[in-house]
Design a protein around this ligand. Structure first.
Ligand SMILES: Nc1nc2c(ncn2[C@@H]2O[C@H](COP(=O)(O)OP(=O)(O)O)[C@@H](O)[C@H]2O)c(=O)[nH]1
Ligand SMILES: [Mg+2]
Ligand SMILES: [Zn+2]
Length: 348
């Protein structure tokens, strides 16, 4: 056992509760994830491992596939610098999304995260509704969120955008920076604590890799430049956990164009707590805040206290959740034909 190394990579008491009694397995954390090949930091130093077949091919939920940041138990093979992942230790937290399409399958993007920076660029892509979704993902798993408004160098209405974000942020901190011009980067210091693991989420192109390079102090990650795009280079092909000089770990994840939510009741309730507490004063207990009389939510919108678009997004997400549960129940993929029939029924 190399407790010092493991502790450096975030080993906490929490995981000890689940430590294996099987002494033939070793302990490690995934610090690099290729398609189905992983690099671990382990009791035996750095080691390349694959996942035991049953973790991949059993009929279990996708979430049982090892992900970057996971603590795993593995078996050393032959020449001692190769191994096989045998099991994943229960995750303290995770950032997940639903696999695209008519399925309830979950994809774990990163595991055992303490804090997540939700990054938005101050350009045409700035979108509060998308940020609400990322907030749900963080809150669903009790990961501390922090908003990052990047590219202040190209925006001349920074304060206006900041105010807009404030309306959905509740107590979540917001920092305003330019990764390119290196403005405001010291604000990260408050959040990058030794032994903690942080990650960045946000659409492709908002500047996540540029920010992480600034934090590392070197251009380790490839940035999504137009030049790279023209050459058809895929900018983030793998996921990596990097130890910063502060002792904090940072994980870079590929951009997520579309963020479909898994079952996220708690995250939704926490993210839209303003709407939910208003709803307690609606006349009908099951008020949908559409056209019901005495609707406290509608009144708040009319009074300018809540943006109607926020309510619409809330409703859209609730609908999505209903759909998700249906998929889960049926526990099978819809064929295109079934999808057409389903849509037809909806339009009747
Ligand atoms: N103007 C400006 N451009 C930035 C800033 N940060 C990143 N970029 C540019 O945005 C593009 C995408 O950056 P990248 O870090 O690859 O974004 P990612 O896809 O979120 O990882 C690159 O061309 C960066 O140079 C910034 O603060 N200001
Ligand atoms: Mg990137
Ligand atoms: Zn109502």
């Amino acid at each position: 056992m190399q407790p010092v190394l493991l502790k450096k990579y975030g080993w906490q008491k929490y995981f000890s509760n689940f430590n294996s009694t099987n002494n033939s397995y070793s302990l490690g954390r995934i610090v690099l994830q290729h398609r189905n090949k992983y690099k671990l930091v382990s009791e035996h130093g750095e080691i390349w491992v694959r996942s035991a077949g049953n973790l991949f091919y059993s009929n279990k939920d996708n979430s049982e596939i090892p992900a970057i940041g996971d603590w795993v138990l593995f078996e050393l093979l032959g020449n001692k610098d190769l191994g096989l992942i045998k099991s994943i230790m229960p995750r303290k937290t995770k950032i997940s999304r639903k696999v695209a399409g008519f399925t309830s399958k979950e994809q774990v993007i990163a595991a055992n995260i303490d804090l997540v920076f939700i990054v938005s660029a101050l350009d045409q892509e700035f979108n509060l509704r998308r940020l609400e979704r990322y907030l749900i993902v963080a809150k669903e798993s009790d990961i501390t969120p922090v908003f990052v408004l990047n590219k202040i160098d190209i925006c001349n209405e920074v304060e206006e955008k900041y105010k807009q974000l404030k309306t959905i942020a509740d107590k979540v901190p917001i920092i305003k920076i330019s990764a390119l011009e290196k403005i405001g980067l010291n604000q990260f210091d408050n959040f990058l604590k030794k032994g903690k693991t942080v990650t960045f989420v946000g659409s492709s192109g908002v500047g996540k890799s540029t920010i992480i390079n600034c934090l590392i102090g070197k251009d380790v990650l490839r940035v999504n430049t137009l030049d790279n795009k023209k050459k058809g280079k895929h900018t983030t092909s793998h996921k990596e956990l990097i130890l910063l000089s502060s002792g904090c770990m940072v994980i870079d994840t590929p951009g997520m164009r579309e963020l479909q939510l898994i079952d996220s009741k708690e995250g939704i309730e926490k993210t839209f707590s303003d709407i939910l507490s208003l709803a307690e004063n609606c006349y009908f207990n099951d008020c949908k805040h559409l056209n019901e009389p005495d609707c406290a939510v509608k009144s708040a919108i009319e009074a300018g206290k809540i943006d109607e678009k926020r309510l619409l997004n809330y409703r859209k997400i609730i609908d999505e959740m209903d759909g998700f549960k249906k998929f889960k129940k049926q526990n099978k993929k819809y064929t295109i034909k079934e999808k057409k029939i389903l849509n037809k029924k909806k339009n009747l």
